[in-house]
Design a binder for this molecule. Structure first.
Ligand SMILES: [Zn+2]
Length: 222
């Protein structure tokens, strides 16, 4: 029986969906995209009794990644002595330039507590990450950023898509490094093939299903 639960904490002025995925029975869980508001994330973890196994990043934008270093430090400081350190995992190495500029990005947008970051482990297409005991496939989905990743567990009918595909929209590509063609190609070749029944949580706004977006998302018609 699947006991994977999701708790969403909107963080930063961008209301980014920091998502805690955890196993209700064991309490083991992963924090995805802690962009900021670390005290709110810590409060949610304690409310749900989650023991964090890792911090996972979809991409290097400030609203997704700027709180990761502080959250990691606070979780490791509150852990028992000798406990394994809680790693920051992902995104793809091609987002390193964004993670190196998090403090600068944060100043621009008034996000507090931001720290530049080098993840403990980069991820790449074809790898898997284990979230609360469930394997998730790592999908490289460039376009919004060069190193953007999505995480999909077809067995659970569930995926985390970051800023690739939203309910009724897609990720912005109006950055110097953005690439609209690459983004649409990522969605068509990596996300849609996951299947219509896959439900997803994305970086902003409500989640949806692949099928609903394939049929109704204006960016995917024609
Ligand atoms: Zn983004």
């Amino acid at each position: 029986m699947c006991t994977l639960k999701a708790a969403v904490v909107p963080v930063t002025p961008f209301r980014q969906n920091c998502t805690i995925l955890f196993d209700d029975a064991s309490g083991v869980g992963t924090v995805v995209d802690p962009g900021g508001d670390v005290p709110m994330i810590l409060a949610a973890l304690s409310r749900h009794g989650v023991k964090v196994e890792q911090i996972l990043l979809t991409h290097g934008h400030v609203d997704h990644a700027a709180g990761a270093a502080l959250l990691q430090e606070q979780l490791n400081a509150s852990g028992t002595e000798g406990a394994p350190i809680i790693p920051v995992v992902g995104p793809d190495r091609r987002d390193a330039f964004l993670l190196e500029g998090l403090e600068q990005q944060a100043l621009q947008f008034g996000i507090e507590g931001a720290r530049n970051l080098v993840p403990d482990r980069w991820l790449a297409e074809g790898e898997q990450v284990t979230i609360a005991g469930h394997p998730f496939d790592v999908l490289h989905c460039p376009g919004h950023t060069p190193g953007h990743l999505a995480f999909a567990a077809p067995g659970l009918g569930f995926a985390i898509l970051g800023d690739v595909l939203f309910h009724g929209s897609v990720g912005r590509t109006d950055f110097p490094y953005g690439d609209t063609d690459a983004l649409i190609r990522s969605i068509r070749t990596k996300i849609l093939p996951l299947g219509d029944d896959i439900a997803f949580i994305c970086g902003h706004g409500p989640g949806s299903t692949i099928g609903a977006e394939r049929l109704g998302n204006p960016f995917l018609q024609g």
